[in-house]
Design a protein around this ligand. Sequence first.
Ligand SMILES: Cc1ncc(COP(=O)(O)O)c(C=O)c1O
Length: 394
Amino acid sequence: MFSSRIPPSLAPNRLGHAVLEQRRTGRPFIDLTESNPTRVGFTYPPDLLAPLANPRALGYEPWPCGAIDARRAIAGDYGRLGVIVPPDRIVLTASTSDAYSLLFKLLADTGDEVLVPRPSYPLFDHLTRFDLVEAHPYDLDLHGSWSIDFGSLERALTPRTRAVLVVSPNNPTGSFVTDAELDRLAVLCAPRDIAIIADEVFADYELEPGASSAAGRAARRREVLSFALGGLSKSVGLPQVKLGWIAVAGPDDLVGAALERLELVCDTYLAVSTPAQVAVAELLERGAAIRSQILARIATNYRWLRSTVAGVPSCDVLRSGGGWSAVLQVPSLEPEEDLVVRLLTADGVLTHPGYFFDFPRESFLVVSLLPPAPSFADGIVRVLRHFACRASRP
Ligand SMILES: Cc1ncc(COP(=O)(O)O)c(C=O)c1O
C-alpha cells in the first residue's frame, strides 16, 4: 500500500531505544545532542514574535517566490555578511528541508543523482529518497582541517549527476568551503550542467576567528548555477517560524530559467506563511539578539572543550571553523554504538556517534555546543571520565 520512498523499518535504532528507556524509567541524563535553540535557556523576549501579528498579514497575496519586501529584507541581511544578492534572485521556502525538496524537483528526474559530502548531515538520506533522487557520497578529508577530496568527488560524478551539495560550515565537522574549492567545483560542474547547492544555514556562527569571512559564498558565483540556502531557523534561532530561503546565482540565462521554473513549483505548493513573510524584516533585526546569545554560548563551550580536552592525551577535539557542534575523537575501545549506549545508560550523557554522520572510521563523538555551559561541562566531564580521563569543570 505504501511507497518505497519511506524506509521499510520505522523502528528506532539501538540508541533511540535506549533514550526512550531512560525517559520511560525516569533516569535523567545530560543531552549533548540538543540542537533546538529554543530548549537551551536562551532569553527570547516574550514579544519577539509580535511582528507575526502585523495586520498586513490579514490579507493574502499568493506570491510564489515570496513577497518582494521579504525578499528585500533577506537581501539586506546578506549585505551584513558582505554578500550582494538582488532581491529578485531570492526565493522563500518554509525551511531548508523544503528548499532541498524544491531544488531536487527543479533539477532531477527519478533516479538522477546528487553528490553529498561525507561526513555530513544525516537528513540527506531521507531528503533525497523522498524526491526519488539518489545520494552519492564524496569524501571530505581530514588533514588538520577538513577539505573536499576532489579525487573522490570526480569518481562519484556520472552522467546522471545533477547537483553537488556542499554544507558550509558543515554539520558536524564545522568546515567552511573555501573560494578555491568553489572555483574547482565550478570547473567540474559548469561544463556538465551540474548545479551547486550550498547549505549555508550556519554561516553566521564562526568558532575560529575569521573563518566565516574567509569562506567561499555560493551566492557570489557567476560561472555555475548555484543555490545558497539559509533560514531563520539557525540565523536567528527561530526554527518554529518556518522561514528559509534560496539565493540563486550563476550565469544570467541559467538563473532566469531556474527562477521561472522554481516559481512554478513554488506556486503549486505556496508553502510559506504570509505572517512569516510580513514579519521577516523585523525578525531578522530583533533576532540579532538571539544570534549573539547563541554565538557567545557556542564560543564559550567550544573554547572550554578544546582547552579541557587538550589536557587529555587519549582524546582530541577536532578543529572546527563554525557551526553548532563539535567532534571529539576518542579511543576505539568498543564499537561506537556500544560506546554511546553505555555513555547514556552508565554515565548519564547522550552524544551522537560519528557513524550517524558517516565518519570514515571510528571512534568519533559529536556533541552540540548549544547546552548551557554548566551542563555542557558536566556532560563532557562524564564522557572523559568514561575513558578514565580527568577533566576539571570551569
Ligand atoms: C546543515 C543543516 N541544514 C539544514 C538544517 C535544517 O534547517 P531547517 O530548520 O531550516 O530545515 C539543519 C538542521 O540541523 C542542518 O544541520
